[in-house]
Design a protein around this ligand. Structure first.
Ligand SMILES: Nc1ncnc2c1ncn2[C@@H]1O[C@H](COP(=O)(O)OP(=O)(O)O)[C@@H](O)[C@H]1O
Ligand SMILES: [Mg+2]
Length: 342
């Protein structure tokens, strides 16, 4: 354990050696294979990786939202404030969801009911959160309505009082995402998990939503897990980032460190695919090949089939090594990759 880990604040969220499988018609899909990361109170952590690498499965596991079957936890712990979410049971999980940990998603329309007004839905969510509280502390419907207006104001929805009567279809995509954020934060959670919250939005609206999340994080002392396939999003909102590949974490580093000294060949590939101002689009590279099939995961490093540096040793599972303070990488070639990137 590093000195920082021994002396820093206890993590708010600590995922430890977590493993999860899905039973499918074709066999057992080993979706998450021994991932681990910590999130300090107030910290913003990015989880990045290509589509299909296990980001949403990880988020839903923290929220207890994966139905079992087909999902099956094969090991590990997900500690929230010291409490193992994998073992608390559905009743306690319902109290934690919304009141302690909240989540927002890519497509707000999926989570808004088209036939009820924004106000009705927001008030219902606020009242639902009250059930986890002692009777004397619960809000009345009138107070919940005031709280709804206050939340809409916090997410900078124009004319919040009037908007209570709007229906989801009357709002733009960005406004709907603001409403979802208001709902997510209405129970005053300590942790917000945002799963590709801006992927479906125009670039300018994306930036506004990311700014809003940053502002709420500062004002409310929120911790944030930002899930994205876009390293640009990570650069603008995260303190630290973990890189996932095929159900594993291949690299974990402070954001600036990851951009300046990426150590895993996969991370380097992802960074090469990020567009830069001034660089012609034709030179954009993406990583050749595709994610391995986790019904039958490749032996050793799961990236070796696509890795420009792979050799025979990569057929054995790579060790996780610390290449700098707070910077871990799981790769036999980490040093070579870091040197090559100088
Ligand atoms: N209910 C399920 N049954 C079988 N496989 C699933 C299920 N949910 C997700 N998966 C698989 O797990 C892998 C990771 O999915 P996901 O976490 O959604 O990826 P992403 O990183 O894009 O969010 C994918 O290959 C997906 O097909
Ligand atoms: Mg996803």
């Amino acid at each position: 354990m590093s000195v920082a880990a021994m002396t820093g604040p206890a993590p708010l969220l600590s995922v430890q050696d977590f493993r999860l499988e899905f039973d499918t018609f074709d066999g057992v899909y080993k979706a998450i294979d021994g991932i681990g990361f910590d999130l300090a109170p107030g910290e913003s952590l990015g989880i990045v990786g290509e589509t299909g690498c296990g980001k949403s499965v990880t988020a839903k596991s923290v929220m207890g939202l994966l139905p079992s079957p087909p999902a099956r936890v094969r090991g590990g712990r997900i500690l929230f404030d010291g409490e193992d979410l994998l073992r608390v049971g559905e009743r306690r999980m319902r109290a934690i969801r919304g009141n302690e940990i909240a989540m927002i998603f890519q497509d707000p329309m999926t989570y808004l009911n088209p036939v009820f007004s924004i106000g009705t839905q927001l008030v219902d969510v606020i009242l639902a959160h009250q059930r986890a509280r002692p009777r004397a502390e619960r809000m009345t419907r009138e107070r919940a309505r005031d709280h709804a207006v206050e939340m809409l104001r916090r997410v900078h929805l124009p004319n919040p009082e009037r908007q209570l009567d709007s229906y989801p279809y009357q709002l733009s995509g960005g406004m709907r995402q603001r409403v979802l954020i208001a709902m997510a934060l209405s129970g005053r959670p300590r942790l917000l998990i945002a799963d590709e919250p801006t992927t479906a939005l125009d670039v300018t609206i994306q930036a506004q939503i990311l700014d809003l999340i940053g502002e709420l994080r500062r004002d409310l002392g929120l911790s944030v897990v930002m899930i994205t396939h876009d390293l640009g999003v990570v650069a603008s909102v995260c303190d630290r980032v973990v890189v996932m590949y095929a159900g594993q974490i291949v690299e974990d580093a402070p954001v600036a460190r990851l951009f300046d000294h990426p150590a895993h060949p996969y991370t380097r590939g992802l960074l090469a695919a990020v567009p830069h101002p001034g660089r012609p689009a034709a030179s954009l590279s993406s990583i050749p090949g595709s994610l391995p099939n986790l019904l039958d995961p490749p032996a050793g490093c799961r990236f070796h089939g696509r890795c420009p540096l792979a050799g025979d040793d990569c057929l054995r599972p790579p060790p996780t090594t610390a290449v700098a303070d707070g910077h871990r990488v799981a790769c036999w070639r980490a040093m070579e990759a870091a040197d090559a990137g100088a």
